[in-house]
Design a protein around this ligand. Structure first.
Ligand SMILES: CC(C)(COP(=O)(O)OP(=O)(O)OC[C@H]1O[C@@H](n2cnc3c(N)ncnc32)[C@H](O)[C@@H]1OP(=O)(O)O)[C@@H](O)C(=O)NCCC(=O)NCCS
Length: 134
């Protein structure tokens, strides 16, 4: 099996704290912000102006749409998607493969494999395996 290495692409206008960790193959667009002690996994995409506050964890293959904001100590599970301008309150944990709709406000933990919308965000359905979100 060949050893593949993936580029990590960070726009010069992105802001990454010195103590933050960014995984291989991850992309940070302009004005994306990753605050101190935050950990961003591999193959994550952080779109324009999205903010990952201190001590948050974003697992592999997850993505944050433009303007999405994670408060401090948030956990976003593998391959989950946080929609345009959505906000996730501090300390909230979101399971893997979950989609948070645009402009939603997540105030409580969300399970894996669901679509949640609104403020406070509520689950509207489960997701099927391999389902796309855009
Ligand atoms: C949540 C989302 C994935 C749609 O999921 P869906 O399962 O196809 O849901 P539907 O469009 O069928 O809507 C189901 C219900 O949720 C509501 N809804 C959908 N998205 C919503 C949102 N973001 N906030 C509040 N309500 C929403 C719909 O109005 C509908 O309500 P109703 O049953 O009372 O009519 C989509 O609306 C969304 O927000 N996508 C993210 C867009 C985005 O961030 N794009 C990034 C581009 S870079």
């Amino acid at each position: 099996m060949p050893l593949l290495r993936f580029a990590t692409l960070i726009d010069p206008e992105a802001v990454v704290a010195r103590s933050a960790e960014i995984g291989e193959g991850t992309i940070l667009m302009a004005r994306a912000t990753v605050a101190p002690q935050a950990r961003v996994g591999r193959h994550v995409v952080i779109y324009t102006g999205a903010i990952i506050e201190h001590d948050s964890i974003v697992d592999d293959f997850a993505s944050l749409a433009p303007g999405a904001v994670l408060g401090g100590g948030v956990k976003v599970g593998e391959a989950s998607f946080i929609g345009l301008g959505a906000m996730v309150s501090h300390g909230v944990s979101i399971g893997c493969d979950t989609v948070v709709g645009m402009a939603s406000g997540v105030t409580q933990d969300l399970p894996a494999n669901v679509v949640a919308v609104g403020t406070p965000a509520h689950v509207i359905r489960t997701r099927s395996r391999g389902e796309t979100f855009l």
